[in-house]
Design a protein around this ligand. Structure first.
Ligand code: NAI
Length: 377
């Protein structure tokens, strides 16, 4: 099977998410990295691309140059990843979809609901895949939880409680560090800081695992570091279409919490828990019974959890391999296979609509706000 040709925009040297994309995309021999516009600084981008082994004529200074350089090549790209700061996602993703490329865009997919709806329409019109990197949903044991919920093992889901709270932006003296600052700058991050940065992973996970969609939200946003225009801490209550009650806390000032992403699902006949810092395990408690720990790699797991795990039981498989699972399914989808579970533009749109609903709610003192994108009402 020939390898697919992959290009990257953003994710330059020293970026947070760039290495996880490269490790993930290249992990299973499905993709070769053949083109890139990797950095906001054209020279740094070209230099880094060459050091990664990209041919000089495909080491671009910016994404427009990459689009022009790639669109008419015979050996054109099979997939383009957009891993730049949020404000640039819409323009780049739309342009590459319109030029006929499949795209994997980082979250949040766009800044506005209108833009997100446009991306959904462009992907549908062009027939291209537009995926969004909700990579936590691709951990094998998250897939196990989803399979357990789907097969009715915990009965009807009553409650989902999720946190994505860390303490890595808690130092007020470091608030102007450029890698931190853009996340709280409305011009670069949009109208939400921490909720758009981390909270939407948790909200996507709540929908992904329960199979239910968020309908209404009530949010409380705080800038614990007062110089920040956007929130660095948020508490969100939500209600889902199927009646599930949701609770979500996200924070970047929770000193002592490291990655801090976890989810609990409580059904009529059992409960489940997964945490990103122990990603190989799911805690399962049947009603009236003892808690059991289900391990990645043990016999009898769901087909999805088994196929997305590469190394034997008890060996850790971490974040880059969760990203790799997104790429492995994308490779299959690009080759024409059907794969369930790839986060798509529709999921990106739901998140962007949830961000805007939470911002409106927080500004209105926590009033309940419809979180569904107009397109899905
Ligand atoms: P970062 O600030 O660490 O790195 C951004 C990179 O993009 C830098 O290399 C920068 O030079 C480059 N860049 C900026 N503008 C560019 C442009 N116009 N063209 C080409 N390159 C450009 O940011 P980080 O943390 O890597 O975040 C990037 C995106 O990834 C954000 O949208 C963020 O929300 C998302 N992200 C997603 C994660 C996930 O778990 N899925 C985790 C961390 C970030």
């Amino acid at each position: 099977m020939t390898r697919l040709r992959w290009g990257m925009i953003g994710g330059g040297e020293g970026s947070q998410i760039g290495p996880a994309h490269r490790l993930g995309a290249l992990a299973d021999g499905q993709f070769d990295l053949v083109a890139g516009a990797l950095d906001a600084d054209p020279d740094r981008g070209r230099d880094f691309a060459r050091r990664l082994g990209i041919a000089p004529d495909r080491a671009y200074g910016d994404w427009q140059e990459m689009l022009e350089g790639e669109r008419n090549r015979e050996d054109r790209l099979d997939l383009v990843t957009v891993a730049t700061p949020n404000a640039t996602h819409f323009e780049i993703t739309r342009a590459f979809l319109q030029a006929g490329f499949h795209v994997l865009c980082e979250k949040p997919m766009t800044m506005t609901v209108e833009e997100a709806e446009e991306i959904v329409c462009v992907a549908r019109d062009t027939g291209r895949i537009c995926a969004v990197n909700y990579c936590y949903s691709a951990y094998p044991m998250v897939r196990e939880m989803r399979a357990m919920v789907r097969s009715g093992q915990i009965g009807k889901v009553r409650l989902v409680v999720t946190n994505f709270s860390h303490g890595h932006h808690a130092d007020a003296a470091d608030a102007d560090n450029p890698r931190v600052r853009w996340r709280y700058d409305p011009a670069l991050a949009g109208n939400s800081g921490q909720f758009a940065d981390c909270g939407i992973h948790a909200m996507h996970m709540a929908s992904f695992v329960t199979g239910d969609q968020v309908e209404r939200v009530s949010a409380d946003f705080v800038s614990a570091i007062p110089s920040r225009v956007l929130e660095d801490d948020a508490m969100v209550n939500f209600r889902m279409a199927g009646g599930t009650v949701g609770r979500l806390w996200t924070s970047s000032v929770a000193v002592g919490r490291q990655h801090g992403f976890d989810i609990q699902v409580f059904g009529e006949t059992g409960g489940l828990r997964w945490a990103s810092e122990q990603p190989n395990q799911v805690w399962y408690t049947p009603l009236g019974g003892r808690t059991q720990i289900i391990e990645k790699g043990e016999p009898g797991l769901s087909e999805d959890a088994a196929r997305l795990s590469r190394v034997p039981i008890a060996h850790p498989e971490g974040f880059p391999l969760a990203v790799a699972n997104i790429y492995v399914d994308l490779a299959a989808a690009i080759r024409g296979e059907t794969r369930d579970g790839i986060p798509l533009a529709e999921d990106g749109l739901r998140s962007v609509a949830a961000i805007h609903a939470c911002v409106s709610s927080a500004r209105a003192g926590g009033q309940w706000v419809d979180a569904r994108p107009p397109m899905f009402r």
